[in-house]
Design a protein around this ligand. Structure first.
Ligand code: NAD
Length: 365
């Protein structure tokens, strides 16, 4: 079974110029613009395109959508009568737009785990237009997240799925190589995990493999020439596919481990993926042999886990949790407290300990 999600994707160098026309085609009247600090110039351009539809602006966004920031933004959206948001930035800017859309109409959401048919895009409330500047992939998913008192809640609701996504590779051209590499590791994790979650299906497998091919190829090219527009385009295309794979397959053992490590020990979101993914692939991949072969061909390797590890190392992303600041005792505690999840092989405490101790030490699979 595969659920196709609604949504329109506009892609190409210079596509930022089309945001105004896309907004007009949606028939919305009052548009709030949310922009990450690095995207102020792009937000200025969008503001001009919006003309009379421009209803206000939020510049600068915090990571992981703190509830106070979400509440302030909801108030601003309400007071300015906004019926649409253009969010320009990475997962944090798009996450804030989703937080507003989630509460702008009265439908119910469901727990995280993949797409549902609950709600409808926009749901009669505020609709989101996303203009991504990183490769995190949130723009393609109906997944929302919000953080209160250090605890992140997530869920799935079609109301938060952006109605239009405008990918302009020029916007990510200046993303520093280090941030690029971590963001790509995050996207690659969406592709790889998508083949073994309980909701994995043949469509998603094809999307995930093509996403991995584009992301790995684009990453190698960006390492050689950071501002190469074609390479940046390849990464955005890969990010789009990775987000789509996450949207339909949901998350599994790997993402749940990363959320535990990020939430409890405050490890950085994108980098944690690079340390954990090769170790989860090492134990899981042989349970899905066809997908494993597809992903290996996409990565250009005969060993998925080792190939991922080597790519992340070459990109300069830390491949050990120790390097991210986790202590060995914390890794052990995480193994003890992790709640089992659906997975191709049973998730025992011993398996989680094996994954985390290797990820902590950064042992090549
Ligand atoms: P981010 O949005 O916080 O951006 C990272 C940093 O890069 C910020 O400082 C930002 O200002 C800067 N930046 C962004 N674009 C830039 C550019 N083009 N040039 C220079 N600097 C730039 O981080 P992210 O990795 O994009 O997103 C992470 C967040 O997204 C996390 O909260 C994560 O949980 C969430 N996420 C959600 C989903 C989902 O489906 N809901 C999917 C993936 C990630």
């Amino acid at each position: 079974m595969h659920t196709f999600l609604p949504g329109r994707v506009v892609f190409g160098a210079g596509a930022l110029e089309r945001v105004g026309a896309e907004v007009e085609a949606l028939g919305v009247r009052r548009v709030l613009v949310i922009a990450t600090n690095s995207a102020r110039a792009a937000a200025d351009a969008v503001q001009t395109q919006l003309g009379d539809r421009f209803a206000g602006r939020i510049d600068g966004v915090a990571q992981h959508v703190p509830t106070e920031a979400a509440e302030q933004s909801r108030t601003q959206a309400r007071e300015s009568n906004a019926d649409a948001i253009v969010a320009i930035g990475g997962g944090s800017a798009i996450g804030l737009a989703k937080a507003i859309a989630l509460t702008s109409s009265p439908q119910q959401s469901s727990a995280t785990g993949g797409a549902t048919t609950e709600g409808s895009v926009g749901g009669g409330g505020v609709v989101v237009v996303a203009v991504p500047t990183t490769y995190a992939g949130s723009e393609m998913t109906p997944v929302w997240g919000e953080t209160a008192a250090g605890r992140k809640s997530t869920g799935v609701d079609l109301r938060v799925l952006p109605r239009v996504v405008v990918y302009d590779p020029m916007l990510s051209r200046g993303l520093p190589v280090k941030v690029t590499a971590a963001s790509v590791a995050n996207a690659i994790a969406h592709c790889v995990e998508a083949v073994w979650t309980p909701k994995a299906d043949p469509f998603t497998e094809v999307v995930a493999a093509e996403g991995l091919r584009a992301l790995a190829g684009g990453m190698r090219e960006v390492l050689a020439t950071p501002d190469d527009l074609d390479a940046r385009g390849k990464l955005m295309y890969g990010a789009c596919l990775a987000g789509s794979a996450l949207a339909t397959a949901g998350t599994g053992l790997h993402h749940k481990l990363c959320h535990l490590l990020g939430g409890t020990y405050n490890l950085p979101h994108a980098e944690t993926h690079a340390a954990v993914l090769p170790q989860v692939a090492r134990v899981n991949a042989s349970s899905v042999p066809q997908a494993k072969a597809r992903l290996e061909a996409a990565l250009g390797t005969t060993d998925l886990a080792a190939g991922l590890f080597d790519l992340f190392q070459a990109a300069g992303v830390p491949t050990s949790l120790r390097d991210l600041g986790l202590t060995e005792a914390q890794a052990e505690e995480a193994a003890r407290t992790f709640q089992p999840t659906d997975n191709p092989i049973p998730v025992t405490e011993g398996l989680v300990r094996e994954i985390l101790s290797r990820a902590w030490a950064g042992t090549r699979p």
